[in-house]
Design a protein around this ligand. Structure first.
Ligand code: GRG
Length: 295
């Protein structure tokens, strides 16, 4: 196992443990909801956003417990978005992380509630004093996640995505859609470390710029995998974008130019980290992982 994949696996273990403790578990009347929340969130996924939180926090020597709580909150929002995105009224997917999607396992109404509940739990985690002793830091973490996940971020991007079916969008519009739908939460994951560490403005801006290019490179790779990937390795269906008539960087530029564009963005992302020392090496490696991954 390479140093990078070992570090990814370690991040996944840290956030899995945090989520195991933070997600509700009980024998009372809400048992089915709790079970479905745990099904949607635990035991799967690359935990890339957690990796970004833990390693951006690592640059500023933030304690692992605080960073793990923020990573868990980000994974709650991410898992909610996947559970809702898989619903028949959205992307209508039966498979997620190699197992039946949440609504296929628990029914549509429960999957809607799972998403709603996970979003609330994310803010419950961030606003708890255990996440950071300084209430201003907690408030900033909450506000930044609200912006990244709401109408000015992920949900806004999802709306643009739904409206883009069977339309050819210009490259600029596709870039904006992807920045909102996928990029905003990835950017939050990178900036959260800087918020926790009360980083200087230039350090924060550098992480923001890294996340911007990282997010676009990650999304172009997702679009390439949708065309070229194997559903067994992906753990989800492939060919969805083409079937829905969606404009992606791959449909607009073609496979080869899209691949070149993803590499340019990943290299640019790494360049933005120049003002950090070797503590940012795993973030540098993550930018290359974002474009070389198979799932
Ligand atoms: C329904 C509000 C709402 C938002 C949905 C994130 C999203 C917006 C939809 C997911 C659909 C999708 C395939 C988006 C492309 C990029 C992406 C977010 C892929 C999934 O993220 P990974 O690859 O997943 O990090 P794992 O399973 O590894 O966590």
């Amino acid at each position: 196992m390479s140093h990078f994949s070992g570090a990814m696996a370690q991040s996944a273990r840290i956030v899995e443990e945090a989520l195991e403790i933070l997600l509700p578990k009980s024998q009372n009347s809400e048992t089915r909801l709790f079970e479905a929340m745990r099904y949607a969130t635990l035991g799967g996924g690359k935990r890339l956003r957690s990796f970004l939180v833990l390693n951006s926090a690592g640059i500023f020597d933030v304690g692992e417990t605080c960073a793990a709580r923020v990573a868990a909150a980000v994974e709650c929002v991410h898992s909610y978005s996947l559970a809702h995105d898989d619903l028949p009224c959205m992307d209508d997917d039966d498979l997620r992380r190699g197992k039946p999607s949440t609504h296929r396992q628990f029914g549509e109404a429960t999957a809607v509630l799972v998403g709603d509940a996970l979003l609330s739990v994310a803010f419950e985690i961030l606003s708890d004093a255990a996440t950071h002793e300084d209430p201003n830091v907690r408030c900033e973490l909450v506000r930044a996640l609200a912006l990244a996940s709401g109408p000015h971020g992920m949900v806004g991007g999802q709306m643009l995505d739904l409206e883009s079916e069977n339309k050819t969008l210009p490259v600029g519009a596709v870039t904006r859609l992807q920045q909102l739908k996928t990029g905003a939460l990835i950017a939050y994951a990178c900036e959260a470390g800087a918020i926790l560490g009360k980083a200087s403005a230039p350090h924060r801006q550098a992480l923001h710029a890294y996340a911007h290019d990282f997010g676009l490179a990650f999304q172009i790779t997702d679009d390439l995998l949708d065309i070229e990937g194997n559903p067994e390795t992906l753990g989800k269906s492939a060919g969805k974008d083409q079937a829905a008539g969606k404009s992606t960087m791959v449909s607009l530029l073609g496979v080869e130019r899209a691949r070149v564009q993803a590499k340019i963005l990943a290299d640019q992302a790494v360049k933005h980290l120049d003002l950090f020392d070797e503590k940012a090496d795993l973030l540098r490696a993550a930018a290359l992982f974002a474009i070389d991954r198979r799932a």
